[in-house]
Write a protein that binds this ligand. Structure first.
Ligand SMILES: Nc1nc2c(c(=O)[nH]1)N[C@H]1C(S)=C(S)[C@@H](COP(=O)(O)OP(=O)(O)OC[C@H]3O[C@@H](n4cnc5c(=O)[nH]c(N)nc54)[C@H](O)[C@@H]3O)O[C@H]1N2
Ligand SMILES: Nc1nc2c(c(=O)[nH]1)N[C@H]1C(S)=C(S)[C@@H](COP(=O)(O)OP(=O)(O)OC[C@H]3O[C@@H](n4cnc5c(=O)[nH]c(N)nc54)[C@H](O)[C@@H]3O)O[C@H]1N2
Ligand code: SF4
Ligand SMILES: [Mo]
Length: 667
């Protein structure tokens, strides 16, 4: 019996033995490799506060209840909101940590109740990447498979730290290319573990990616390094783009970004000089209030150098959670139906009505951050499934006020998370090892879970919990089992057409998976781009100022991840092994900035701005740029998101997690 790792989007196969995760050779980790999180994944089953019975709030406290009582309370709250404010007074946060079948069911329930107010954490990760790539290339997923990374002649990692955040993808795939001599170029304001492997580090100021990318493109044109035949055959708008680049002052852009011009030129030559160069992009690129423009700028560089539609190349977003790709594929998005068809498209709605027996609403719903901002206001009742917004959403005080102000908050989780503390009704769900269903990993491979264990005590499989809630509200969502849901969703999601549980077996099937095909496409855009378009367009992008202005006495806070913890830390903080390896957080600060504030390594510090204040200790290190400080968001204390802003990208609605002005001082 085997499962797929509950953490990152790499999707390693594992099985539990004596309470520990053992790697099982799988579609991605062919030799059974795991990182430390995979090894510790089964420790969640021993968590002291594992949810084992439903809870309802009474006189301010949560107390145990039967499923009947809890579901009655939840349904009464949803019906009251529906009566008073109509369908759009309901909100659903789906789970990028949970299966395709569960997300499909929840998204279908939202639509059956008449609202598109359903979103998932893809909004917070790669919504900007998906927006830009869909616009330019006609598809928002990794263009090349992980396997193919081994063929790369140069590797560019932009705003990502795969050695810590996609460890097996790095060690078993990207690193194969690097070991064979491919230069590794990394753009990151910090000296991360990935940077430690790099040949060239573009240590930019956070938020200044566009000037740096434009400088790189300008060097490529200036030094005649672009791919003439690709540009001629497969792109449009080169002449006007090249004109715009000739106006770019390379030295001035490099200086604005905080990188030496010689380093920029070296990086451009290393990348453009390879026959095939693969690009990987992450949160440093996407999580800005102009994240979509960042990705457009990156896309220009990839097009200019002809790095699409061939082996060893591509523009590859490393997806976040184990099923963030799938949760989006199956339609847990407010503007898109299963298979990425717009809710505004009447033909798409009609096609879905053939499958569902009812037509989904045509008006786009609210995105993740917009939804939590509407909590207690237009949105009166919410269902939060496998997410911990009290820790992970930006401007945490505002989010917590919203959670508090809801008339009814239903949370389906496996542990007593920080968000559970705001709930009116808590439903005890199941872990990755306690359910069946499928996850879709970062390179579009769909893999199955086999339900190695039973949920404890009164906990239920997530699919059954959502199903029981749904059936009390509507007759339109009558799917009984994950397999039945999968059989339906392959008819609703064109990319999955032809897949089946039997076909996947203990291996995987990769989308796009046309009916009758043997294997999904490993390399997209070989001859045409998505949707059959002949050419991809160049688009000149100008610098946008970060939302927060950093005054002279302030520092720029950026946030991110470490190897040992995962997102809100709800699961990893409950692992004894991982907590021993990384017990708590501290503020990384450059020695010069520390000295100017009379702060020594290990001193307590107060980090503050007009959104919030956190207390932590200083980790004085030259791994961050001067002027930049860094916190993870894995801990409820210090709660980094007290400090982050909720300015949203106008198109993708992704928040600004990577650049906030803060003051740092001794208490
Ligand atoms: N260990 C671990 N692995 C994980 C996760 C986890 O929490 N822990 N989470 C999973 C999820 S949900 C996701 S989305 C992925 C994310 O994986 P990554 O994209 O690698 O995530 P981050 O660490 O947030 O950010 C990457 C890097 O961006 C840099 N950065 C900050 N600001 C900027 C900037 O303005 N420009 C540039 N170019 N870089 C900048 C940071 O210093 C950081 O090293 O990881 C997944 N895997
Ligand atoms: N400052 C800052 N904030 C960030 C980011 C950043 O880089 N910086 N990154 C953002 C990104 S990319 C993301 S993806 C979000 C992540 O934000 P969240 O999705 O809110 O974070 P997780 O910790 O992944 O939340 C998972 C929740 O689901 C529960 N859970 C896990 N597995 C299961 C299951 O199988 N069933 C059920 N029912 N529950 C389960 C866990 O106990 C936990 O409470 O955070 C965002 N927030
Ligand atoms: S690399 Fe990702 S999927 Fe693999 S074991 Fe580590 S966290 Fe799990
Ligand atoms: Mo993410």
């Amino acid at each position: 019996m085997r499962s797929v790792c509950p953490f990152c989007g790499v999707g390693c196969t594992l099985r539990g033995e004596d309470g520990r995760g053992r790697g099982a050779p799988g579609a991605v980790n062919r030799r059974g490799e795991l990182c430390p999180k995979g090894v510790a994944a089964y420790e969640i089953h021993d968590a002291d506060d594992r949810l084992t019975t439903p809870l309802v709030r009474e006189d301010g406290d949560l107390r145990p209840a039967s499923w009947d009582e809890a579901l009655d309370r939840a349904v009464a709250g949803f019906e009251a909101a529906l009566d008073a404010g109509g369908p759009d007074s309901l909100g659903f946060l789906a789970s990028s940590n949970c299966t395709n079948e569960e997300n499909y069911l929840l998204a279908k329930l939202a639509r059956a109740l008449g609202t598109n107010n359903v979103d998932n954490c893809a909004r917070l990760c790669h919504s900007s990447t998906v927006a830009a790539m869909s616009d330019r290339l006609g598809a928002g997923a990794m263009t090349n498979s992980l396997d193919d990374a081994t063929e790369a002649g140069a590797v560019l990692v932009w705003g990502a730290n795969p050695v810590e955040n996609h460890p097996v993808a790095y060690s078993s795939y990207l690193n194969q290319a690097v070991k064979s001599g491919a230069p590794l170029v990394v753009a990151d304001p910090r000296e991360t573990k990935t940077v430690q492997r790099a040949d060239i580090h573009l240590q930019l100021r956070p938020g200044y990616d566009i000037p740096l990318l434009n400088a790189l493109c300008a060097v490529v044109v200036d030094e005649g390094l672009w791919d003439e035949s690709f540009v001629a055959a497969r792109t449009e708008g080169f002449e006007s783009f090249a004109d715009a680049l000739r106006d770019v002052d390379i030295a001035a852009n490099a200086e604005l970004a905080g990188v030496a011009e010689t380093t920029v030129r070296e990086a451009a030559r290393a990348f453009a000089g390879a026959d095939a160069a693969a690009t990987y992009t992450g949160m440093g690129t996407s999580q800005h209030h102009y994240g979509t423009l960042n990705v457009h700028a990156l896309c220009n560089l990839v097009l200019l150098t002809g790095n699409l539609g061939k082996p060893g190349a591509g523009l590859n977003p490393l997806r976040g959670q184990n099923n963030v790709q799938g949760a989006s594929d199956v339609g847990a998005l407010p503007d898109l139906l299963p298979g990425y068809r717009s809710v505004a498209d009447a033909d798409a709605r009609a096609a879905l009505e053939d499958v569902w027996g009812f037509e989904p609403p045509a008006e786009p719903g609210l995105t993740e951050v917009e939804l939590t901002h509407a909590f207690g206001d237009d949105v009166r009742a919410a269902f939060v499934f496998g997410e911990n917004p009290a820790v992970t959403e930006p401007n945490a005080s505002r989010v917590r006020d919203g959670l508090d102000a809801l008339d009814t908050l239903v949370v389906l989780d496996v542990v007593r998370s920080e968000t559970v503390e705001y709930a009116d009704v808590v439903l005890p769900g199941s872990t990755f090892a306690e359910k069946t269903g499928t996850y879709t990993n970062t390179d579009r491979q769909v893999q199955r879970l086999f339900g190695e264990r039973d949920p404890p005590a009164d906990a239920r499989r997530d699919f059954d919990a959502i199903g029981a809630f749904a059936r009390r509200l509507t007759d339109d969502v009558a799917l009984e089992t994950p397999e039945e849901a999968f059989e339906e969703l392959v008819t609703a999601v064109p990319q999955y057409a032809g897949m089946s549980y039997d076909g996947i077996g203990e291996g995987s099937q990769r989308w796009p998976f046309p009916e009758g095909a043997e294997e999904g496409e490993a390399i997209l855009h070989r001859e045409t781009f998505g949707g059959g378009r002949e050419r991809a367009e160049f688009r000149a992008v100008g610098h946008v100022e970060p939302a927060d202005d950093v005054a002279d006495d302030e520092l720029a806070l950026t946030t991110g991840r470490v190897l040992q913890h995962f997102n809100s830390g709800a699961v990893t903080r409950r692992s004894t092994t991982l907590s021993r390896l990384y017990p708590g957080d501290a503020l990384s600060i450059h020695p010069a900035d520390a000295e100017a504030r009379d702060i020594a390594d290990g001193n307590p510090v107060v980090v503050e701005n007009d959104r919030g204040l956190v207390e932590t200790t200083a980790r004085v290190t030259d791994s961050v740029r001067p002027g930049v400080v860094f916190l993870t968001f894995h801990f409820a204390e210090p709660l980094a998101n007290e400090l982050t802003g909720d300015e949203l990208d106008p198109e993708a609605k992704i928040p600004e997690y990577k650049h906030s002005a803060v003051t740092v001082m001794k208490p």
